[in-house]
Structure formats: structure tokens, C-alpha cells
Design a binder for this molecule. Sequence first.
Ligand SMILES: [Mg+2]
Length: 190
Amino acid sequence: MGKQILVAEDESLVRMDLVLMLQDAGYEVIGEAGDGEKAIELAYQLKPDLIVMDIKMPKMNGLKASQIISKTFNIPILLLTAYSQKEFIDKAKQANIVGYLVKPVSEANLIPAVEIALNQGAKTSEYEKKIELANKKLLDRKTIEKAKGVLMTRFNLGEETAYNKMRQISMNKQMALEKVAKQILLKYGS
Ligand SMILES: [Mg+2]
């Protein structure tokens, strides 16, 4: 599946150039915005894999729009800037901004930057998934331990017997152990 990109640039001619360069390189441009507010709206609506965003745009500049998008989504953002906007770039070390390109943008510098940005975005979400999974496992283990304790107290069982009981229910009902634990806590907990 081609990577989906949102392009936010207020100068329509520049925007058209960007879109064509991206399409030529095999990317799918799923949205185009001419100002910062529209960029936010489309980012929420379309959830692209990457946003190529001009800094200087009407209604809301690209930096502010990036900040707002980053609060909700982990979409990598590649900023476009004029040379005179260097002071902005220091501020750009925040949020999901994975890089910036100085205008005028050519195919030779756009496409490699897009590739890098997409890779970084993929790595970040993979890392976040791992963290999330680790947290869930930890939480599951706590739930299971708690349910085991409840069974031990309530039915005067030894630790191993209580655990085996839960495993037995889990197998019989073909239900994950942490779900069995949750049900036990609902029924007998507190
Ligand atoms: Mg502009």
C-alpha cells in the first residue's frame, strides 16, 4: 500500500508542484490544505502517514498547526521553510516534527526527506506499540495476582490451587487468563 501524505501549503503553485513530485515518487496524496486550520481538520479526518507542511500560512502557521495535531496524533511532520524563518526552526524541535526543508523544494531533496520522515514515524509507532504491550502485560499480571489473592481469601485456597483454578476456568471457557481474573474481581472482589 502506498504511503498516504497530506500536503499543507498556501501557495497553490508550490502546492501543486509538491503534490506532483510526491505522486511521481509513488506516494498517495490524500489531502491538500491551503492554511493551518484546514491542515488540522484534514489531519484529523484522514490520518495520513505523513504531513508535508509549510510554516508560513494564513489563519494559522504550520508550527502551531503541528503542535495541535501532535497533541492527538503521532503523525510525523516535515516542515517547509524559507531561509529567513530560521528562528522558527529552533522552536520546531518539539512535537512530531521529523525534519524541515528549505524552499525552493526540489524532487532531489523532497523525496529522500519524505522517506526518512516516514521511516522515523514507523519506528516511533512500533516503539509505542511495544511500550503499550509491556504496560498491558504488567497490568494483566497485577490483575491476575489480585484475583488469585481474592480466591485464596474467599475460598480458603492455597496459592497454587487458586492459580490452577483460574487456569482451569480459562481453558474451559477458552477465555484469556486476565479476563477470568477480571470476572473474579467483579464477582468476588472488594
Ligand atoms: Mg507559505
